[in-house]
Design a protein around this ligand. Sequence first.
Ligand SMILES: *Cc1c(COP(=O)(O)O)cnc(C)c1O
Length: 337
Amino acid sequence: MIDLRSDTVTRPTAAMRQVMAQADVGDDVYGDDPSVNALEAQVAERAGKAAALFLPTGTQANLVALLSHCQRGEEYIVGQKAHNYLYEAGGAAVLGSIQPQPLDAAEDGTLPLDKVIAAIKPDDIHFAPTRLLSLENTHNGKVLPLAYLQQAWQLTRERGLALHIDGARIMNAAVALGVELEAITRYCDSFTLCLSKGLGTPMGSLLCGPAEYIARARRWRKMTGGGMRQIGIMAAAGSYAMEHHVARLQEDHDNARWLEQQLRALDVEIVAPGAQTNILFVRLSDTRAAALGPWMRERGVLLNAGPVTRLITHLDVTRDQLGQVVNLWKAFLAEHA
Ligand SMILES: *Cc1c(COP(=O)(O)O)cnc(C)c1O
């Protein structure tokens, strides 16, 4: 099967499995797992942060991040379509009594700072105190410009807010910009990073930030059931991915751009053209949207087909396979004129 539904479908390579099989492990709840400690130290250092915490999922990493920034009855400003508002089952509200203040993102994935300023609540008993600005990078495949991040950082310093980046795909952002991770993460207090998407590990995310913040996060991770034991097997996969699977993200980006050009040549409507990373959106008529998924599945291609179909490139899809998808798409359009 050629699977373009998500980069979460990537499977560990033979070399990664080898590293996992040989990983040194211990009980991580006791702080005894050398592979976890190494991964946390490695990523914190690369990001220019004091500490990092390994968690099972990006959702839990974001939840723990929010719980560690905001008290009950406080507020975070977040994108209307941000993962840690829309796609995490309301965890911050349910488990933290943290109120979201969602804002519409601009086309480029940024939250316009004039709207952020307008949403910061004055010190008045009517309001939930605003504590945090949460950005997402990449957002729908869009890379937040460094100049924007710097302004957002400046604003949060002036207004006494913390700044968190949901960086599930932050390594895609760094590779797309051609910068080190630290060039992005210098503009945040904390950020999360997913190892299990384009980086290709079976599971795992990191939360990075200041030492006392991560110490608090460690308690929240335990409380939310994320204290794991001989999890160095997974952390070793993470270290391997940080070493061997970052630079190659450029291939996924080139493939997304190539696929975009090929589909455009077939007159497929591209949403927000100019793929910056590994994510592409195309618009389909309702009838084609209903037919495309099953039609492609029968021919060995998995898609989350809908009126807006998201296509994601990753390390388990080659350019040749994308060529097959383009040929199939052409045949599909001919059959569904
Ligand atoms: C996938 C994703 C997450 C959460 O990751 P899981 O590991 O699936 O829980 C968080 N934020 C963004 C932007 C994501 O794309």
